[in-house]
Design a binder for this molecule. Structure first.
Ligand code: FAD
Length: 144
């Protein structure tokens, strides 16, 4: 078993301000590339859903750092799996807009148009992350 994939959800606290996005992005880009962590962090003003993939030691070390971050609370592991291959080739972060495309995506997977990461079951959480990654890739391809 080469890799582990950890998916967790959490709730944003009052310390999560617009400026936090840039500082989380900067720290995560630097640390995750150094530690060969891939995955995706999706968020809106209220909550987070993140997948971290990599070697077990690195994923655990990263998650322990994230757990202590006061910008979120109620951190719950949704799934922890061993895998022979990564699903995500890089690490990325995306703000979930409350638009029709996103509402349709959430409705398709959960039966609710709202982003409620702490209520997700493992299969839906993974499927949502993969669909959002695909959407982000489409947008990036259109912009290129
Ligand atoms: P530094 O480089 O010293 O700090 C990193 C940056 O975070 C700095 O700009 C610092 O000012 C800022 N910062 C730290 N705590 C706070 C705070 N309470 N309020 C405001 N700014 C603060 N880190 C990762 O490495 N990988 C991840 O995938 C990742 N995902 C995250 C997901 C979520 C939902 C959250 C809330 C945080 C995430 N982080 C992630 C950030 C992580 O919690 C640590 O802040 C970061 O890893 C520390 O990095 P560093 O040791 O290099 O510290």
């Amino acid at each position: 078993m080469s890799f582990v994939r950890l998916i967790y959800a959490s709730r944003a606290t009052v310390e999560f301000q617009p400026s936090s996005i840039q500082s989380i992005l900067q720290a995560a880009r630097k640390n995750n590339s150094q530690n060969y962590i891939t995955g995706l962090l999706c968020f809106n003003q209220r909550g987070f859903l993140q997948c971290l993939e990599g070697k077990r030691f690195e994923v655990n070390r990263t998650f322990q750092r994230i757990l202590k971050d006061p910008r979120h609370e109620n951190v719950e592991i949704i799934s922890f799996q061993y895998s022979e291959k990564r699903e995500f080739e890089s690490w990325n972060m995306g703000y979930l807009q409350n638009n029709q495309i996103m509402r349709d995506l959430l409705m398709r997977h959960t039966g609710s148009a709202e982003f409620l990461p702490l209520t997700l079951i493992p299969e839906d959480a993974f499927a949502i992350l993969k669909d959002i990654r695909a959407m982000m890739e489409e947008v990036a391809a259109e912009e290129a």
